[in-house]
Design a protein around this ligand. Structure first.
Ligand code: ZN
Length: 488
């Protein structure tokens, strides 16, 4: 089953990248974040990264890219700490076999290798020999892996090893919080920081800490303060003096309530509730005539487009969750917004980038998952589009990791949708995602972004540029969904 691509190989014939070729520029801008998006060093600070957009290799403490002839993995970076460095693996080493066994030709080399590492590290005192080509010569590199215990078939649920991994990553994430409560965002100014901080707040709430109890109570409260204060702040000059409109505030207006509603469900607070009422009104005020939303108010953006469907998913989810705690949006706003989502689909359930020519109906699973979550939070599971979207999403679940602009965001929407749609869909989601998260998890606790064909083409990986807090919180949020501690 071609669930996951190998790097550089396109498995999706239509849909996933369609808006890249049609609207290359809007592709770059489609998240919060268009400004100055370029690849930032994605690994921990100590990584020496010649290829800044390589795959993290799980517990090894290194990054690499799959190769075809010979089948294997070329090492792009060795982290300063970790089994790879301790064993003397070097940047440029080409792993062509492990313990004399070559890589399977018909399998994703990264996944095959990570699966092997996970199994090896489930045994005490596991040493393995990596057969590498170094400067044209065959070398054997001995690696000793830490003993991390076995996984179970229901990972991450009921898995002691996954629980420990999650605990380590929560601590890593909490450590990234700044004094003012914000979590680092390398893109998007204040709007970007609100988005990332909201996500981090959710990831910490998902662990079971509340605003009052648990190891991350204070982090959650500080995140809440930052988000409440800064959601919707117009931090881009944009509309003034005829400058290009880079306004991105709809992202922060959408993400803030998604965090704050889960917060309020743990601890009610009239002041936050009042703030949410303002945010709800602002979201409705910023709705475009079509029923959809743009990155922000003020008309077409600097790339001359207005609405994008993912924005509607976020705003609708926010309105749906606020509605659940009694903050009701005007009925018409929601109806118009749902009609807009319908207009972006081709009638078959796949939701496209927008209603524009060449984008309407060019569905992809992440965007469709986002619309599923939105309709679910609004209680519209009986809407005719819902069942179609669920069927489409379930069929295309394996393409999530190739999602447009921010595959990590697609995976988060995809994980939430799968969780809502029930155990069968969750199991189908986890089947490919299991090895994705194990590959992405670094020994230091952070999760790294991975390359896709799109990030290679654009020489820009938005997930990586957004930084460690974004990727780590996203993975943590997904992995903790089975605990059922969030508002969805
Ligand atoms: Zn596990």
């Amino acid at each position: 089953m071609p669930l996951i691509i190998t790097a550089g190989k396109r498995t999706s014939k239509r849909g996933v990248y369609s808006c890249v070729s049609v609207h290359r520029l809007s592709a770059i801008a489609a998240l919060v974040l268009a400004l100055g998006s370029h690849i930032a060093s994605g690994g921990p600070d100590d990584a020496v990264t010649r290829d800044p957009d390589a795959f993290n290799l799980g517990v090894l403490g290194a990054e690499g890219n799959p190769t075809k002839e010979p089948s294997g993995i070329k090492i792009a970076a060795v982290h300063k700490e970790g089994p790879a460095a301790a064993g003397g693996l070097q940047e440029g080493d080409h792993i062509i076999a492990v313990g004399g066994a070559t890589f399977p030709k018909n399998k994703d080399a990264i996944h095959a290798f990570v699966e092997f590492l996970e199994k090896a590290s489930s045994r005490k005192g596991a040493t393995l020999t990596l057969n590498v080509l170094r400067a044209g010569k065959h070398e054997a590199v001995k690696i000793t892996l830490p003993f991390l215990g076995p996984h179970v078939s229901s990972c991450p649920s009921r898995c002691v090893r996954c629980e420990k991994m999650i605990d380590g990553s929560l601590a890593f994430l909490a450590n990234l919080q700044k004094e003012n409560g914000a979590f680092e965002s390398k893109l998007g100014g204040t709007s970007g920081a609100v988005v990332v901080t909201s996500l981090c707040g959710l990831a910490l709430l998902a662990s079971g800490s509340t605003p009052e109890d648990g190891p991350y109570a204070e982090h959650i409260r500080k995140a809440m303060s930052f988000v409440t204060e800064n959601a919707g702040k117009d931090d881009k000059k944009g509309r003034e003096a005829g400058e290009p409109n880079w306004n991105q505030t709809n992202w922060s207006l959408g993400y803030a309530p998604i965090f704050l509603v889960s917060y309020l469900k743990k601890k009610d607070d009239p002041a936050i509730r009042k703030r949410l009422e303002e945010i709800s009104a602002k979201i409705v005020e910023n709705q475009e005539r079509s029923g959809g939303w743009a990155h922000g108010p003020g008309g077409p953006n600097a790339l001359n487009y207005l609405e994008l469907e993912v924005m509607s998913n976020v705003c609708l989810t926010a309105l749906g969750l606020m509605n659940q705690i009694g903050i009701k949006p005007p009925g018409e706003a929601v109806e118009r917004a749902i009609r807009y989502v319908e207009e972006c689909s081709d009638g078959g359930g796949g939701v496209g980038y927008s209603t524009r020519d060449g984008q309407k109906g060019m569905g992809d699973p992440g965007r469709t998952a986002g619309a599923i979550v939105a309709l679910w939070t609004l209680g519209r599971q009986r809407h005719p589009l819902f069942g179609k979207m669920a069927a489409y999403y379930t069929m295309r679940i394996g393409d999530l990791v190739n999602g447009h602009v921010s595959p990590v965001m697609h995976c988060t929407s995809g994980g939430i949708a799968a969780h809502l749609l029930g155990p069968k869909v969750w199991a189908k989601f986890m089947q490919p995602f299991r090895l994705e998260f194990m590959a992405a998890r670094r020994p230091d606790g952070g999760f790294s972004a991975r390359p896709t064909e799109e990030t290679r083409q654009l020489r820009s990986n938005t997930d990586r540029s957004l930084g460690d807090a974004w990727t780590t919180a996203s993975y943590l949020l997904i992995l903790q969904l089975p605990k059922g501690r969030l508002a969805f």
